[in-house]
Ligand binder design. Structure first.
Ligand code: 26W
Length: 822
């Protein structure tokens, strides 16, 4: 057959036009006249999806034929963002689809805006997983992402009277053209009950688990295509269903409610994403979610392994499984259970396989984010796994005792069970013991892991530890979100950088080129105008695109210090009040981000931002020299419009707290300059772009630790710094809260009497640094030169580089080129 003349696979405009119209008619059941925006979107999505599926079947065929090693990426979160535009980019048919949609009288941007994004993640960790799937496919690495198909993803954020209000994310309301349900790919997952010992035929002692509840997981697959390659991997997400959708035993005795209850109960497991980050809650349902998706995923990999005729003792040679933080770390116990109990393998062989198949990535140093489960809860839900964990622990601690005889304190710290007071299962310890490789997500983060939270494990197994600095995909975060910049870069150095981001280096020589700089500024201005229009639409606030766009978007958390940014805003405001004629560089300070619904301080910070905005934006004396915006419902979709419009990127966490950050990379790739602390990947970004092109302030992680240990007194700083005092007092006085001094009192008090995250210690350094930023921005040519150099030197932060490192040093997998011939 002639592929160029096939409406389902052809790539020419004629093929795409025909396909589009066929889907409109045969899939949506519409004539062009009556087609709605959603109909057109669906037709476009199916048109693009046909091309993905063509590549997908070829990829799967090669998996089976070649028997290549596969990466299994286990993550409770995948924050994918909208698919349509990204897939058009990766298929290299963006312009053709634009034309095809224009041909049916529909603007492509309207369709792209219409897509509901799958918000199946909280923030950095979930978005990283999505970038890694893109890079795995682009690098032609066979890989499967495994996770949960939450019916409701991260809540939609609305702002009412300055407060955050959470709204259910009904992302599946209009259907999801990107997923393929696989009703025949299902696994059963057991919960609760009890275990009993018995002797098997060979006289071996074994344990039999009798659960009191069984849930079925059903696979939903989403194709993940690489950029301009034929590799199309998949993301397999599990939906929970009742094993019997109707309990007839209950029904027959008239217990209709009881029969339906079981179904409702089971379906709860994949109902909703937990909206907390960096703060564990210890809810049983969360452990149920974790075990549910881990068990389905491991059963699936084992089935695939057996299907290609291999023996399970070689499982670790066919799969490399990565644990995205500890959320899936119960996999260590579950794989042991599957191998030993279900596949009758002996313990030592099973342990060899397990220990060689897993890798563990840590994403946080915050003690409140380290997962531990109360032993009681764990025993009730997963009695067999607790037995297995005890056995792993017994053997592990025996080894430890040989190396560190009589070091009981160390043994207690290494133990998988926390036994000081209430007993807990420590998931990070389980992940470390069960993995061949352990990594942090930025150089500084990995060093801190080795010296703090995972110190004992590092001393025991230094060879297991390595750093894998995070990266982001330039396809979504440059090509798709910033077409203007992409076009400009292409016009000078071609398009090779999209796959080999180091090639952006070639832009360096244009930093001194006047014409290039002018075009660069025009692109930025265009992006700022577009964001200004969006801000007006979403908030009613009109902002001046000629002002400096100073942006902080990320989850709201005290350690990220959005309130330090607010202190700076109030300081600028005080300057204007004191000196109404002040020649101040006009700034628009933009915030965005969600607060965990149960995180009181974070929600109060949102209220503070909106309250300050209300006063500042309406004070005629300010005369548009300062505007403050809280952009509601920050998500992937809005991020794509925000990063390209930034002049200044705020990366101001307390040093030693932000594991890496990835927004910092997205900003810089889009030509924003960074004001930041020496935290997470900021350290490496500064190394790459050069100290002259980065606005550094604040204490180092070492200084933070030292000052803390010597006794930190925020009040003395407050008392000795008049500007700081004036800013804090203004907030505390009720000036921003209609005279109510109580509203922000908890925030003010926490700064004055605790200041866990040392805002006051960094305040002056931050304000001084912001003054240097303003000075630099006044010299527009110098600023643009610095921005160009930032972009030119961001090559390291492509997720392609990160994934190459994982492939070589952890997974030991290599590319497999997929051919399209059938
Ligand atoms: C509820 C428990 C919990 C704890 C931590 C849920 C989710 C988390 C995540 C680890 C939070 C997270 O997203 N961490 C971020 O991971 C990014 C990717 O590595 C890093 O860039 C960020 O610095 C880190 O905060």
């Amino acid at each position: 057959s002639n592929k160029t003349d096939c409406s389902r696979t052809g790539m020419t405009l004629i093929d795409l036009n025909r396909c589009f119209n066929e889907h409109l008619f045969y899939t949506q059941g519409r004539l062009p006249l009556s087609a709605t925006l959603n109909d057109h979107y669906m037709a476009a999505a199916y048109t693009v999806r046909d091309r993905l599926l063509h590549r997908w079947v070829c990829t799967v065929r090669d998996f089976i034929r070649e028997g290549v090693k596969v990466v299994g990426y286990l993550s409770a979160e995948f924050l994918l963002g909208p698919h349509l535009g990204n897939n058009m980019i990766n298929l290299d048919i963006f312009d053709e689809v634009r034309e095809a949609s224009e041909n049916v009288g529909r603007n492509l941007d309207a369709m792209l805006d219409h897509e509901e994004e799958p918000g199946l993640g909280n923030g950095g960790l979930g978005r990283l997983a999505a970038c890694y799937l893109d890079s795995l496919a682009t690098l032609e690495i066979p890989a499967i992402g495994y996770g949960i198909r939450y019916e409701f993803g991260i809540f939609d954020q609305e702002i009412r009277d300055g407060w955050q209000v959470e709204k259910t994310d009904k992302w599946l309301r209009l259907g999801n053209p990107w997923e393929i349900p696989r009703p025949e790919v299902t696994y059963e997952v057991k919960f609760g009950g009890h275990t009993a010992g018995y002797c098997d035929d060979g006289g071996c002692y074994r344990s039999r688990w009798t659960p009191d509840r069984v849930v079925r997981g059903i696979a939903y697959d989403t194709p993940i295509l690489g950029y301009k390659v034929n590799t199309c991997n998949m993301l397999r997400l599990w939906k929970a269903e009742a094993v019997e959708s109707f309990d007839f035993a209950s029904f027959n005795v008239g217990n209709y409610y009881g029969a339906v209850h079981e179904k409702v109960y089971s379906e709860n497991i994949s109902k909703v994403l937990y909206p907390n980050d960096e703060q564990i809650q210890g809810k049983q349902l969360r452990l149920e979610q974790q075990y549910f998706f881990v068990s389905c995923s491991l059963q699936d990999m084992i089935r695939l392994h057996l299907a290609i005729g291999k023996s399970l003792e070689y499982f670790h040679e066919e799969f490399a499984i990565q644990l995205n933080d500890t959320h899936p770390s119960v996999a260590v116990a579950e794989l042991m259970r599957l191998l030993v109990d279900e596949h009758h393998m002996d313990w030592d062989t099973a342990w060899h396989v397990t220990r060689n198949v897993f890798g563990y990535t840590n994403h946080t140093l915050l003690p409140e984010a380290l997962e531990r489960w109360p032993l009681r809860l764990f025993a009730n839900l997963l009695p067999r796994h607790l037995e297995i964990i005890f056995e792993i622990n017994r053997r592990f601690l025996d080894e430890v005792r040989v190396i560190y005889p009589d070091d009981e304190a160390r043994i207690a710290r290494l133990s998988l069970i926390d036994e000081q007071g209430e007993r807990y299962v420590r998931m990070a310890n389980l992940a470390c013991v069960g993995s061949r490789a352990i990594n942090g997500v930025a150089k500084l983060h990995t060093e801190l892991l080795k010296t703090t939270v995972l110190k004992d494990f590092y001393e025991l197994w230094p060879e297991k530890f390595s750093n894998k600095t995070n990266g982001v995909t330039p396809r979504r975060w440059m090509v798709l979100s910033n077409p203007g910049l992409t076009r400009l870069i292409r016009s000078r150095i071609g398009g090779g950088w999209i796959k080999k981001l180091d090639r952006l280096k070639r832009l360096e020589s244009y930093a001194g080129d006047d014409a290039f700089r002018r075009e660069w500024q025009a692109v930025k201005t265009g992006n700022k105008q577009a964001l200004a229009a969006l801000i007006l639409e979403r908030t009613g606030i009109s902002v001046n695109p000629d002002s400096m766009f100073d942006i902080q978007v990320k989850r709201i958390h005290e350690y990220k210090r959005q309130h330090l940014n607010v202190l700076h805003v109030v300081t600028l405001y005080n300057r204007l009040r004191r000196n109404p004629g002040l020649d101040m560089l006009p700034r628009t300070v933009i915030f965005g981000g969600k607060a965990a619904p149960s995180y009181y301080m974070a929600k109060l910070i949102i209220k503070l931002i909106n309250s300050v905005a209300d006063v500042v934006n309406h004070d005629p004396a300010v005369r548009n020299r300062l505007k403050v915006v809280f952009f509601p419902d920050f998500n992937v979709k809005s991020a794509q419009k925000i990063y390209p419009a930034a002049d200044l990127s705020e990366q101001i966490s307390t040093a030693g707290k932000e594991a890496s950050g990835t927004g910092n990379m997205k900003f810089s790739m889009n030509g924003a300059l960074t004001i930041g602390t020496l935290d997470g990947a900021n350290v490496e970004i500064r190394e790459e772009v050069g100290a002259d092109n980065f606005f550094l302030f604040g204490l180092t992680a070492e200084e933070v630790a030292r000052i803390k240990s010597e006794g930190y007194d925020p009040r003395s700083i407050y008392l000795s710094n008049p500007d700081l005092r004036e800013a804090i007092d203004l907030i505390g006085s009720g000036f921003f809260s209609r005279g109510d001094p109580d509203l922000f009192k908890p925030l003010v008090d926490s700064l004055l009497y605790q200041d866990e995250y040392m805002l006051l210690a960094d305040y002056q350094s931050y304000v001084d640094c912001q003054d240097r930023v303003s000075e630099a921005y006044r010299d527009r040519d110098r600023w643009t030169r610095m921005a160009i150099l930032n972009v030119a030197r961001m090559g390291k932060f492509s997720s392609d580089r990160a994934i190459r490192e994982y492939c070589r040093e952890i997974w030991r997998v290599s590319p497999n080129t997929v051919e399209m011939e059938d």
